[in-house]
Design a binder for this molecule. Sequence first.
Ligand code: NAP
Ligand code: MG
Length: 499
Amino acid sequence: MNIASDFKVQRPAFLSEHPKELFIDGKWTPAISGETFETINPSNGQVLARIAAGAAPDVAMAASAARRAFEGPWSHFTPYERQACILKLADLVDRHFDELSLLDSLEMGAPLSRLRANSHKRAIGRLRFYAGLATAIHGQTIENSASREMFTYTAREPIGVVGAIIPWNAPLTSAIWKIGPALATGCTVVLKPAEQASLSCLRLAELIIEAGVPSGVVNVITGFGESAGAALAQHADVDKIAFTGSHFVGQKIIQASAGNLKRVTLELGGKSPDIVFADADLDKAVMGAAMGVFGNTGQVCCAGTRLFVERSIYDEFIARVAKFGSDLVVGDGLDPKTQIGPVVSKEQLDRILSYIQIGLDEGATTLSGGKRMLDAPLANGYFLPPTVFGSVKDDMRIVREEIFGPVVCAIPFDTMDEVERRANATPFGLGSGIWTRDVKKVHRLAKSIKAGSVWVNCYNVMDPAVPFGGNKLSGYGREGGVEHVDDYLNTKSVWINYN
Ligand code: NAP
Ligand code: MG
């Protein structure tokens, strides 16, 4: 295993000089309870900062600031003006990306080099895409049969105050995926980041003000899910919850939203099939399948964690995936050589290790990885190497449940009918992959796989213009694509009798 070490990166000023408080109505505000919690660097286990722990009373303050902004200054912004703010925000995020990405890397461990390449493009691309949509929102005129002298049209109106709740695996880009459509449509936001990764969201809130967005349009309540998150999901004056996270919490969100029948969109987890046929370009498929599950240390909702491989190439292929994983450089997120950072927390590491033990107890075998990396310089961090499981059966827990770590189950198959059935034998429906040169296989599977995305001869490629989301336990609603803004809008029908 390759281990990165020996590097220097400056500590961002935001971390040392700035209060890590709640951001309500454009101002830094301590939690009413005065409570704070620690945020930890998973590369070395050290405390990075103490952050305000918001709860129900703070959520109430933020929701009323968001309501005032929605009905007040923000409602006077024209689409052009909202667009100008989002474009300015994109420029600011671009200019401050070194700092924003450093905060994310320090807090959740993602390799800085990858953030500064892929996530940079993703963050700026998304903002510019939503800026475009701000001036493309329109209703319809409808020829009406009730009367010849009746004029009917529809208007699209912002839904109101949006509660946005996000996980820790891609903090900045997840926040932008919630805030971008809100700004485009004229909604306001109360954002609850994951407790493991709040810093870039707090810094983003400042940049949003600098971009000319009025105070109160975007508020950030840091803190725990059971208190801050639950209070937001329940709040009677929040009109919608845009949630990304596990289906367990997604189910709680739906229950909590019942009080005022909030609109809810849910981007949840998965157990996505990635299917490799013997006729595929195997060099591409090895790398694509490996990075489709090991990238971001496996903490990717659509990771291709069930790797189905046609039996004639199974042994060779999974040996190559295991070798590819073992050759990846694991290390501190800040080290420029690092390809795979730590997992986000000790809790998450223990969860993944317990799944590995469950797999071994159920009779699966590891071809690579499987043990925490405890040698210097990684001993104090939460490092786990890419892990490949063979000898798995479809009913094993490691094949059925989301692990959310760098762990893949490799499964041989013989026929198309068989792989079609087994790929769909999951309660989830988020991502999927097909590796083949045969166009018939592509079309047949692209149609029959029950998932929100099908990647053919590639995996986990994203574009702001292409919708992303799930079916079944992977949730509902789409982020990205022009339809994304529909979930932030109500339709009003207007009837004018000019007789
Ligand atoms: P999680 O435990 O479901 O938490 C997600 C967010 O919900 C966090 O901010 C969490 O707060 C908050 N939360 C927890 N309990 C809550 C409650 N009762 N009411 C309201 N909010 C509550 O998920 P996670 O462990 O952070 O992230 C991993 C999961 O996210 C995986 O299942 C992954 O597949 C999914 N995910 C999906 C997508 C997608 O686009 N489909 C993308 C990324 C991740 P805390 O900070 O206190 O936990
Ligand atoms: Mg959590």
